[in-house]
Design a protein around this ligand. Sequence first.
Ligand SMILES: [Zn+2]
Length: 325
Amino acid sequence: MLPKADCSIINTQMNKIVGHNTKLDYLDRLIKGDETSHAYCFFGPSRIGKTTVGIAFSKAILCCGDKDGLNPCNECQNCRLFDASNLPDFYLNDTGEAIGVEEIRELVHFLELKPYQSKIKVALISHAERMSVQAANAFLKSLEEPPINTLIILTTDNLDNLLPTIISRTQLIKFGALTDQEVYDYLSDTFELEKEKADQISQYCNGKLGLAIAMVEDENLFSSSKDFFADFISALDNDSYVAKIQAGEKFSQNSDLAEKYFDTLESNLHRQLYRLDNNAEGLKIVGLLDKIAKSREYLLKNVNPRLVWESILFTKGSNDKSYRC
Ligand SMILES: [Zn+2]
């Protein structure tokens, strides 16, 4: 049984899409011109709203009322069922858990059946790199020979973690991070925050609205993320083999925080990258970012977390002390 799509993300704190104006204009034109492709892959940094845009795009596609491009009518039966996460022609997987071959086989079956009450069926898989190799291969046929009246949307933070055969069968749409100002404006408009706090979080999150919202909602996350990053840089800069091993052990102990740790690292390293005017140092940071992206995949595949953290801390050239933020 396929999991029920949870569309609450679009109804609650992120009911207003922030940024990505050129992408939204493009998707808007596709719907108005009835020119949508059968499969898209939204790629770009984590927590910038790719899934949110995917959900909004899906809802507009599925709306059977008087819609205006990317703006659904919000009144038709499909819109109401979509908002209640009950539209049977929409499949959403954004659980963050690994996706196995059985679930993909059920999804393929879902796509092969006629739409229940819409003109089209839409499947949105967030973080598509969570598919196992077997699952991705099972999904290939749906991308190669898509059933009529189906639309597939994948999102990923890193195209390198998807099979080339998957990538080549989708239309790629690249998303970039939001500006600090866009994040600041959203936080100020949405939450009762002191100006200074909104300013700090918007700068710290480096355009990742999802991370910014998580930090507003969890008071400890902002301070603990800053502490973690300081500890990480200290271990990275430390020439001692033992110090790196101990830090890897410490970071791996709380598996629930791994994703937030990675988000913190990515956002801070990106921020550092933008400030550099030295290509050699920039390449080292890019190497670390690449290692972090791969580490997310390793953890999904149940690689020992301690080994994953050690692998990052022992990244070649990482003790050149060029990552101080
Ligand atoms: Zn509608």
